[in-house]
Design a protein around this ligand. Structure first.
Ligand SMILES: *Cc1c(COP(=O)(O)O)cnc(C)c1O
Length: 356
């Protein structure tokens, strides 16, 4: 049976990415060798990382003065690298979920952290909007998409100080004005590649303003200077990332991806809002994520939640169980998920509703 993959991460990748990665595992760039067994300093792999970097710049319209890095350690390592490199005295953070609060925890190891607003008391069901970013902060950090709670900031906020964003779960789903940011980072396993590589887009000028000693591997300047090749980079995930980036370009770029994502999410939210059994968890509809759609059974049908997950599996639908901190369901609609899968999910919801 055809599977419909709604996992939150690692998550669905395009067949183009998966097939080309499989091919390169057998024979990489006609070398007669597997990509798993060639030097990262070979000219063939250098071409991969160069093209991947150029495509990130092209797709996101990255201006001059920025470097694109491919690092290990996941987005979680960026929670520490950002303050290590940018936090001299104090930084401001917006607390919109688990990942944001993990980032805050790390930053506190390096200086004062001003949490400008938090929706924690409401179990992160909305994005706080009334807050002021202190003008003497070293930077303001926020999470564009809260993967666990299904809220998203689909805009580039105004900030009087350097702007830093964790875009792990919605990068490449909308045009971004990169010139407003000093650092953008994103783990690959949501919208790009297998786990193991993190994209970092850094304004070169933002570096070198803190006095502390920074370990070589955690200093962005090392990776800027060495073109992400100071040590062995995550070769295979970078190769897969290149395939996805080519695929995104072929499809028509970010605007086209955004249209497709809006259409998928719009359809699913409409089905949830029109349902007798289901309801969304995000209180302000303007905050609803187009990447991770979180919903539950209405209180009077709560006991049917497990049954629906089991029912969905019989239709080939996998990965819709909500994160344990929210419960219910989460349908992740990343770029590679086809509209057809959303339609199958909606049909399953309707059929289940008729039965109950
Ligand atoms: C998944 C995720 C992370 C954590 O990524 P790792 O690569 O596992 O460290 C951080 N931030 C956001 C927004 C995420 O979705």
């Amino acid at each position: 049976m055809k599977k419909h993959n709604f996992y939150a991460g690692p998550s669905i990748l395009s067949q183009y990415t998966i097939k080309n990665t499989a091919d390169a595992i057998l024979n990489f760039a006609d070398t007669g060798l597997s990509i798993l067994e060639v030097s990262h300093r070979s000219k063939e792999f250098q071409a991969v990382i160069d093209e991947a970097s150029a495509l990130v710049k092209e797709l996101l319209d990255v201006p001059e003065g920025y470097s694109v890095l491919f690092l290990g350690g996941g987005a979680s390592l960026q929670f520490c690298m950002v303050p290590y490199n940018l936090l001299a005295k104090n930084a401001s953070y917006l607390d919109t979920g688990t990942w944001a609060s993990n980032a805050i925890k790390e930053a506190r190891l390096f200086g004062e952290v001003d949490v400008v607003a938090s929706s924690k008391d409401a179990n992160y069901t909305f994005i706080p909007k009334d807050y002021t970013i202190p003008a003497d902060s070293d930077y303001f950090h926020f999470t564009t998409n809260n993967t666990i709670y299904g809220t998203e900031m689909r805009y580039d906020p105004e900030s009087p100080v350097r702007l830093v964003a964790d875009m792990s779960s919605d990068i490449f789903s909308r045009p971004v004005d990169v010139s407003k940011y000093d650092i953008i980072y994103a783990g690959a396993q949501k919208n790009l590649a297998p786990a193991g590589v993190t994209i970092v887009i850094v304004r070169d000028e933002a570096l070198g303003h803190v006095e502390r000693a920074i370990p070589t591997m955690l200093d962005y300047r090392t990776h800027v200077k060495k073109g992400s090749m100071f040590n062995t980079p995550p070769v295979l995930p970078i190769y897969s990332a290149l395939q996805t980036l080519r695929y995104y370009k072929e499809l028509g770029g970010i605007k086209r991806l955004e249209e497709m994502d809006l259409a998928k999410a719009g359809k699913l939210y409409e089905a949830i809002d029109g349902s007798r059994l289901f309801e969304g968890t995000v209180t302000d509809h303007a905050d609803r994520s187009i990447m991770n759609v979180c919903f539950v059974m209405k209180p009077e049908y709560k006991e049917l939640e497990k049954d629906f997950v089991d029912f969905a599996v019989t239709k080939g639908i996998v990965g819709i169980k909500g994160h344990r901190s929210v419960g219910g369901f989460r349908a992740s609609l990343y770029n590679a998920l086809p509209m057809e899968s959303v339609e199958v999910l909606i049909a399953a919801m309707k059929e289940f509703e008729q039965k109950h």
